[in-house]
Design a binder for this molecule. Sequence first.
Ligand code: SF4
Ligand code: MG
Length: 321
Amino acid sequence: ATPLLDIRDLRKSFTSRRGWPIARTSVVKALDGVSFTVGAGEVVGVVGESGCGKSTVARVALRLQEADGGSVNFDGADVLEASKIDMRAIRRRMQMVFQDPSSSLDGRQRIVDALGEPLRVHGLASGAAVRPMVARLLDEVGLPNSALDRYPHEFSGGQRQRIGIARALALGPDLIFADEPVSALDVSVQAQILKLLETLRAERHLAFVFISHDLGVVRYFCRRVVVMYLGRVVETGPVPEIFVDPRHPYTRLLKVSSPEPDPTRAVAMTFQEGEPPSPVDPPKGCHFHPRCPLAIDRCRVESPVLRDVAPGRSVACHLAT
Ligand code: SF4
Ligand code: MG
């Protein structure tokens, strides 16, 4: 079957000027040929350390930033080439939940107005019909009617994330990019929000691209995982198989660094081995070679390509079988 979302060879670079007194310009390849697919109703985790490009995937796929190359196909539509008008239709069906929901909420707007706005803009409700529709959305994410006339700052972090989720649901999307949706929350609140997302997924048959640095959370919520390292996909496959038998040395490192797969006690990954990677001037060849215990000479000069190693599983490592 054709996937709902098909991301192919996506590329995005940023230039940064740093240094004093003489600034040096460097190019950061945030996305260096990223490809993966998401089926209808499927939940795909995109995992990696900060700076690996995982947030950029979402931002570029939603055209919040323009890609340098590659393609994004959403249910037959060429997203990167879509006109403004076509993009409006695509945005109805492809939404985003941010780590910090305040970034998508205007502090001076009451919740009924903040959530009513997309409904009005897209012609789904007007006048007196807006308020009950927003109330239904709030109810769906576990917030009372009294939330309608309050302002974002009157809510806790977890409640604000529920509002962010309600806003993403307002237009009835088929796919949601969730970028670290629980990372800023207390551990007990994380579990509640994950449970809510799981309920919404099942009831609305939603697909998710679930972006996280936390393997425990990914294991709980996702069916399939895409592991990224410095702008490249290094391993993809079904969640159970990747956790039982990771094939890429970086995935193995992620696994040993994430001691607790229980999301109610989600522990952020910690990396003890090697230097924290920087997307500025990444290592030649396999980007992971300075931290890789298996590295051979070839790894320092030749980048491994992503290749199939088993049905539904692919790995970018010269040595992977
Ligand atoms: Fe390690 Fe080489 Fe495989 Fe890269 S290609 S992960 S350096 S063995
Ligand atoms: Mg990020």
